[in-house]
Ligand binder design. Structure first.
Ligand code: KG4
Ligand code: ZN
Length: 341
């Protein structure tokens, strides 16, 4: 009897400093493997992501990451039926490695290629392995992006209903972590230290944005953190723990205030949280409690799918039925180039 071909999507993300490839079973709607090669150790000495270092590392590791993903999923190249790749936004060199690799693979295997928006892939990642609830208010909180979306149905265009006017929330965590002399990246380091600290010890003025209630700002909190920390002469370990707890509390409180505002203005059934900052312990717990008190469902992205990963890219292409683009794969860079010619 003829063996039926499996319906397998490979998801590739090289938008920033993680090389990630996942194998996704499109018949079962589940992730078979999700391999992430982190570049933290390479960037740590520089205290931030160095774009050139990031793209080189992607180029060196991407083939190995694919082999690992296939091996863990017990698949071969012949099993792949489509490719989904992050095409934007991200670091240009890093994106080019992923999209070039994806194009070459699609050409070699003669399978369709889907270009995916990284932020939208994060937005739908809370629904991986779950039945989604619509309409929902989704917060994407990452190192490069912080925005609230309103999504009416699985195939409707996500509507941005509010966003930061300056720093992304993860960026503010990372910058304050640097000021405190914590290890890179600052977000998880502050979260860990905050667990041992007193959140009531220091108070931070909550940001107010003149543009309107739907906007957020984190640069004021970051600057307030800087000034406050400079004013502490020879801070002890306990001072730093208390500072982290107070700062984390202020950041999360700013998010909760906006969530309440959006819940009052949009008829959402659920609230979702995604992106790297969705790993924050206090944010997860507080958002969950808020949803409970507002009788809304709360979807917190599974921890392994919060930071950048290929699974969310494959899942997004599958869930939203993103059309194949072929080897022409239109990115902002190719669009700009065409405009310039
Ligand atoms: O989504 P992501 O992996 O990459 C981007 O697309 O930006 O997010 C990375 C961000 C970093 O800023 C990192 O510090 C932050 O997520 N992050 C956290 C935590 N874990 C990661 N921020 C606060 N608390 C955490 N536990
Ligand atoms: Zn991301």
């Amino acid at each position: 009897m003829l063996k039926q071909k499996r319906n397998i999507i490979v998801g590739i993300d090289t938008s920033c400093d993680d090389t990630s490839i996942a194998i996704f079973d499109a018949d079962a709607g589940c992730v078979l493997s999700n391999v992430v090669h982190s570049q933290f150790d390479l960037h740590r000495p520089h205290g931030g992501v160095v774009p050139e270092v990031a793209s080189r590392s992607h180029a060196e590791n991407i083939r190995f990451v694919l082999s690992q993903a296939l091996e863990q999923a017990q698949c071969g190249l012949k099993d792949l039926s489509a490719i989904a790749v992050t095409k934007e936004p991200g670091l240009m060199g890093s994106l080019l490695v992923g999209t070039s690799f994806a194009k070459a693979l699609a050409w070699r295997l003669k399978i369709p290629l889907h270009g995916v928006n990284h932020i939208e892939a994060h937005l739908f990642s809370p629904y991986i392995h779950k039945e989604g609830v619509y309409p929902f208010i989704g917060l994407v909180a990452s190192g490069g992006h912080t925005a609230f979306y309103y999504v009416e149905s699985p195939l409707a265009e996500p509507q941005i209903i509010g966003h930061t006017v300056d720093d992304a929330i993860g960026e503010a965590f990372d910058k304050v972590g640097k000021i405190l002399g914590l290890e890179f990246p600052g977000g998880p380091a502050i979260d860990r230290r905050a667990e041992k600290g007193d959140a009531k010890r220091f108070s931070f003025t909550r940001p107010r944005v003149k543009m309107g209630q739907e906007y957020l700002s984190f640069s004021g909190l970051k600057t307030a953190g800087n000034l406050l920390f400079q004013s502490l002469s020879s801070p002890t370990e306990q001072d730093i723990d208390d500072f982290c707890a107070s700062f984390r509390f202020a950041m999360v409180d700013a998010i909760l205030e906006k969530t309440r505002y959006f819940l009052a203005h949009y008829p959402a059934q659920a609230v979702t949280l995604s992106g790297g900052v969705a790993l924050n312990k206090l944010l997860r717990e507080s958002l969950f409690e808020l949803c409970k008190s507002e009788s809304k469902e709360c979807f917190l992205t599974e921890k392994s799918f919060c930071s950048d990963n290929g699974a969310m890219v494959a899942h997004y292409a599958w869930l939203r039925q993103i059309p194949a683009e072929g080897l022409e794969l239109e990115t902002r860079a190719t669009k700009d180039l065409r405009g310039a010619l």
